[in-house]
Design a protein around this ligand. Sequence first.
Ligand code: 13P
Length: 254
Amino acid sequence: MTRKYLMAGNWKMHKTVKEAQAYVETFLPLVKEETEREIMLAPSFTALYALADLLKDTNVVLGAQNCHWEDEGAFTGEVSPKMLAELGVTYVIIGHSERRHIFGETDEVIRGKIEAALRHGLRPIMCVGETLDERVAGDTMVVLERQLREGLKGFSAADLKNLVLAYEPVWAIGTGKTATPEIAQEAHAFCRKILSDMFGDDFAQSIRILYGGSVKPENVVGLMAQTDIDGALVGGASLSPESFSRIVCFGRET
Ligand code: 13P
């Protein structure tokens, strides 16, 4: 089974609308030959509308960093998947470790958000990953299994055909400490085994699992060479069009 690489930039809380527009103008020519890999940019909510226009008819799709689980209602400060779908957003990151750990999102909340995203035709990028304490305690696989089983409880394989998973070890996010390709591969293979157990092997083999955590132009090749790594979710190194384009086009540089 061949899975198409998804190279995804998560800008987190960076870039104004003007900065986002300037980035895209530099970035698009740098990646325009890259048609075999999917490319995604997830700006702040405030820049989505402007970027939707600039990315129309290009090889780069738009992602959002979060969404609510309801379509509308009295939820001050929240953005619904219905609003994102209207803008032409393709992917939505759900359950990022910063959402789990800073904003207290639980597996149950994450499940509701995945359900809401799918209802509006958005492709969820569900994030899982252990903290340093959990890894040191030997609990990595227990945590990953719980996040997957709880977050995906009640769905069928057909419901989840547009799901993307992202393994982001919390200790590797923004720290400059990347998981070695072997550590990442072990966690990815484990996640795929759990997906196979939950939804069958055909499903598990079809789902892309991205790696995230200090991905850079210098380490992307080794990570992407692993059997179960199908792309990258990039924070810091996606903030510069030059470095993100080198990540997107890994292995193709002359
Ligand atoms: P960094 O690439 O900055 O470590 O962030 C990873 C991440 O959290 C992407 O979602």
